[in-house]
Design a protein around this ligand. Structure first.
Ligand code: ZN
Length: 235
């Protein structure tokens, strides 16, 4: 039985399997999108967060995933994080269940040098490479963003969510282009997941410097974690 089918057995809620990606109606990705699009009540959302935390813990053997963390933009490090000493992290008022309309900025923005805003790193003439924070499993991929009426409101643009079983956290990478990983894929820490782009409501317009929006959430309750001290402490 495949892993998703096992998770399916674990997660029958409202008479429907939440984990089965292959049948189109469920999966963590579906949950995340319903939250993003404001289609879930707070009560349902809270119940589902608990379900998912338990189910993912049972599904993925944390012993098989490393704990080592990697900076999520190749060739960059702490100095590329916006603001001083990680002050860009503003978790006040943030609620995962607020979806696309959430408050605060519970994330770090990691900037590349891109003066003409063509999305290419001026130092290399190539797109910057976005890397997985740590060993994990890709649980959501969105790569349909466009600056048109139907899509421009999606703040993250093209984005990826990865679950890290050994760390019990989710990482979220926004404003991507050319996503190189697929749903359900196991990734190694430090491996390529996408090229950095300028997708997303506020990342697309010319006023925005090209950057990766990088967020960590604790799986247990989807509260934010500041990545800055983790990166500042890692060699
Ligand atoms: Zn941001």
């Amino acid at each position: 039985m495949c892993r998703l089918a096992v998770l399916c057995l674990l997660l029958i809620t409202h008479g429907r399997c939440l984990a089965d990606d292959t049948h189109g109606s469920g999966g963590w990705q579906q949950f995340e999108r319903r939250v993003r699009d404001g289609e879930m009540s707070l009560a349902d959302g809270r119940a589902q967060i608990s379900h998912w935390a338990e189910a993912l813990e049972q599904l993925y053997d944390s012993e098989r995933f490393g704990r080592r963390i990697f900076f999520p933009l190749r060739g960059h490090g702490v100095p590329s994080i916006g603001g001083k000493n990680g002050e860009g992290y503003q978790p006040g008022g943030y609620e995962f269940l607020g979806g696309n309309r959430h408050k605060g900025h519970p994330a770090q923005d990691i900037f590349i040098r891109d003066r003409n805003q063509d999305g290419l790193d001026d130092r290399t003439g190539r797109p910057a490479e976005v890397l997985a924070l740590a060993d994990g499993v890709v649980l959501s991929v969105f790569e349909e963003w466009a600056p048109d009426e139907a899509h421009r409101h999606i703040r993250g643009g093209n984005y990826v969510w990865i679950y890290h079983p050994a760390l019990e956290i989710f990482s979220y990478y926004a404003h991507l282009q050319d996503i190189r990983v697929g749903l359900g894929e196991n990734v190694r820490g430090g491996s390529l997941i996408a090229a950095l782009g300028r997708t997303g409501t506020n990342a697309y317009p010319a006023r925005s410097p090209t950057h990766l929006h990088f967020m960590l959430l604790r799986a247990r309750d989807m509260t934010p974690i500041d990545a800055y001290p983790l990166f500042a402490a890692s060699p």
